[in-house]
Design a protein around this ligand. Structure first.
Ligand code: NAD
Ligand code: DAU
Length: 365
């Protein structure tokens, strides 16, 4: 039996990981450490066999106490500030949580585990954004691609990746790191492209497309990501990094067109949706695509990400199961079936924050 400490386990990917791990490893103990920032949500863990401890990863005494009292041997580190737009308007929190927070965890892990002979693992969840941006014909990011982060968010994640590497190299801590592409799926916080646009479409609000909408992302269903992390935990070599991708490179405009068409089809198939969401164009017989609005670009916007995950495929037996089409259909169905989940978020101070901080990017370019 293993005892896992999952940081950021009340966020989007962390909570999907807890669901995956508790379902596939019912004998293991799972403790979640999460500060419940604007992005964390107790409800994401409803019904799961995991203990939630509300606290800060920077609180070394708390982390040390949890490692001792829960006899933790595996730390899976998701906690972070994760939204690029927020890092542009306020980078400090990203340095605090992503750099100093990761370092605080590493210090405790070193003290408790390094050189003790006790089996342990520190797994760090990172991003493909640390590799920077690709031209249209460049090969996809591999684990050997040099780091070239372009936003305060990706720079803070790159710094944390380097610290994890250094703690392995210098102190012998048993670390692994995974760098993945854009996740989507259930419990995705509605500031990110896909959930924001689904909810805007249901309310007849504009779909603000940054720049020309031709930026490319490699979409990874969150369940595939969680299976990839589990494979690294089980079969990954200590000190190594693994790229995890979805094999679904798409320009934003294709994602948005897929989303608009899927919302139209959902309304056509289910007349009750027009009653629930009367402001949606689809409720009035208009195409959702009428909401598409080109707005000023994100400063420093990376043009293209693409992941080469052959190392994870050959060494770990990883491969994504979801196509973008099947994964997106499941995701839209989840948002239509879980209105109370996202209503709870929209009713808080979130929309006010969006308006104050990047309302300017909601206007036409
Ligand atoms: P998220 O923003 O949905 O969740 C982050 C969680 O961390 C929240 O529950 C929040 O409360 C918690 N948290 C923040 N600061 C904390 C602190 N100081 N102490 C304890 N908990 C804290 O993020 P996500 O999208 O689930 O991303 C999880 C991880 O995966 C992050 O490290 C992110 O960089 C990485 N990642 C995300 C994506 C993606 O597409 N979402 C892609 C690649 C990598
Ligand atoms: O690549 C992995 C990264 O993916 C993760 O490390 C980040 O944590 C995660 O947030 C995500 O970053 P992106 O910036 O790619 O995701 P986002 O959903 O914010 O944007 C996806 C694309 O859509 C990007 O090119 C910007 C664009 N976009 C986004 C929003 C919110 C728009 O055109 N309009 C929008 O309103």
């Amino acid at each position: 039996m293993a005892s896992l400490l999952v940081t950021g386990g009340a966020g989007f990917i962390g909570s999907n990981f807890v669901a995956h791990w508790t379902a596939t490893h019912p004998e293991d103990r799972v403790t979640v450490l999460d500060l419940l920032t604007y992005a964390g949500n107790r409800a994401n863990l409803d019904g799961m066999r995991a203990e939630l401890v509300v606290g800060d990863i920077r609180d070394e005494a708390l982390v040390a106490e949890l490692v001792d009292s829960r006899d933790v041997d595996t730390l899976v580190h998701f906690a972070a500030e994760s939204h690029v737009d927020r890092s542009i308007v306020g980078p400090d929190a990203f340095i605090e949580t992503n750099v100093l927070g990761t370092h605080a965890l590493l210090k405790v892990a070193r003290k408790k585990w390094a050189g003790t002979g006790r089996p342990h693992r520190f797994h760090h969840v990172s991003t493909d954004e640390v590799y920077g941006t690709l031209g249209p014909n460049d090969p996809a990011f591999s684990e050997e691609t040099p780091y070239a982060p372009n936003s305060p968010y990706s720079a803070s994640k790159a710094a944390s990746d380097h610290l994890v590497r250094a703690y392995h190299h210098t102190y012998g801590l048993h670390t692994t790191t995974s760098n993945c592409s854009n996740n989507y799926g259930p419990f995705h916080f509605p500031e990110k492209l896909i959930p924001l646009f689904i909810i805007n479409a249901l309310h007849g609000r504009n779909l603000p497309i940054y720049g020309d909408g031709m930026q490319v992302r490699d979409w990874l269903h969150v369940e595939d990501h969680c299976r990839g992390i589990a494979a690294v935990l089980k079969h990954g070599r200590v000190g190594e990094t693994y790229n995890i991708g979805g094999g679904a490179e798409l320009p934003n405009i294709r994602v948005i067109d897929t989303l608009c068409a899927a919302v139209d089809s959902a309304f056509a198939a289910n007349p009750a949706l027009a009653q629930r969401f009367p402001d949606a164009p689809a409720a009035k017989g208009l195409p959702t695509s009428t909401l598409k609005t080109f707005v000023a670009d994100r400063p420093g916007h990376d043009r293209r990400y693409a992941i080469d995950c052959r190392k994870a495929m050959t060494e770990l037996g990883y491969s994504p199961k979801h196509s973008f089409e099947s994964g997106f259909a499941q995701t839209l169905g989840w948002y239509l079936d879980h209105e109370s989940w996202w209503r709870g978020i929209l009713d808080g101070s979130y929309l006010e924050w969006v308006e104050t901080n990047y309302g300017n990017r909601q206007t036409a370019a």
